[in-house]
Design a protein around this ligand. Structure first.
Ligand code: ATP
Ligand code: MG
Length: 280
């Protein structure tokens, strides 16, 4: 089994990558770890992983960023290459607002997360942000979601890149993918190559399940993201079985050729094999 299931995906993403999902437990942490490995293989030597809200954890318990570190290490990324950070830790396994209320603390405002991520960008070649739960889970006390965080990061990145962007660099990924004639690969053994994927301009990755219900959840999540102006790079399957049944295979084929959502074609970027990193 490849130790780098997402191949060179990071090469088509920006400096800060937002990982969200169609739900909780869909494999966002696994996909985040696989993106770390993709980054390491793309010569990103200083990589940071940031979890704005780690819910359901007490003091010293290992959180998602610790799982990312373990998985990345197992796949050959030296621990010295990885910085892990949490914005805020909350005890209850609930959405951040009620979890914070139970803990009797204020949630960090969106701006604080943006500042932290921009600071990490100053000292790292790649910063990956793993949201909590699904797309519309609130992450602060002002009803901002991971979509708002993604948009704020896009705006910050557009501001800093405005004067340095090489002309013609932003080939729309849908045009490139259309030219290549595919949006993803039903091949389960190899990562999707950059040529197959097309050159993406977005840096938000939506992690989805391969099983029943995923098509509706994926399309709903994409619609919510794209209507909020989030630049979506594409979809990643968080946990792809070694022996996929007809349903999983059919879902993967559909996700690899999604109908346009809000006028955009969104590619399937790849899949993380179930059990990758030594998990059961
Ligand atoms: N590629 C994979 N290989 C093996 N197990 C996986 C894989 N992806 C997900 N899982 C299983 O599903 C569980 C949830 O995965 P993961 O923690 O990545 O989800 P998540 O979307 O990050 O959840 P959360 O919303 O809590 O952050 C894991 O504990 C693991 O048991
Ligand atoms: Mg997680």
């Amino acid at each position: 089994m490849t130790t780098n299931p997402l191949g060179d995906l990071v090469a088509s993403l920006g400096h800060a990558v937002v990982v969200t999902g169609t739900d909780t437990d869909v494999g966002k942490t696994y996909a985040t770890a696989a993106l770390v490995v993709s980054g390491w293989n793309a010569e990103r030597r200083r990589i940071a992983v940031y979890k704005p809200q780690q819910t359901g954890m007490r003091g010293g318990e290992p959180g998602d960023v610790d799982d990312v570190a373990r998985l990345a290490l197992a796949a050959g990324v030296p621990s010295s290459a990885l910085t892990t950070a949490e914005g805020q830790r909350l005890t209850e396994p609930m959405a951040p607002p009620p979890a914070a209320a139970i803990d009797g603390v204020e949630l960090l405002p969106l701006d604080a997360h943006v500042r932290e991520i921009l600071e990490l960008q100053e000292t790292h070649d790649l910063v990956i942000v793993e949201g909590s739960g699904g797309v519309l889970v609130e992450l602060d006390g002002d009803r901002h979601t991971i979509a708002d965080l993604a948009v704020a990061l896009q705006e910050a990145s557009a501001g800093s890149a405005a004067s340095t962007e090489p002309s013609g660099a932003a080939t729309p990924y849908h045009a490139a993918a259309e030219a290549s004639g595919r949006w993803g690969s039903p091949d389960t053994s190899e990562p999707v190559s950059a040529a197959e994927r097309g050159g993406g301009t977005g840096s938000t990755v939506l992690v989805a399940r391969p099983d029943l219900g995923t098509l509706n959840h994926t399309l709903l999540s994409l619609e919510a993201l794209l209507h909020r102006d989030v630049e979506v790079a594409g979809v990643v399957l968080g946990s792809w079985p070694a022996d996929p049944d007809r349903l999983a295979t059919s879902n993967r084929e559909y996700l690899a050729d999604l109908p346009p959502v809000a006028g955009r074609r969104v590619p399937l970027l790849g899949a993380v094999p179930r059990g990758w990193g030594g998990a059961a």
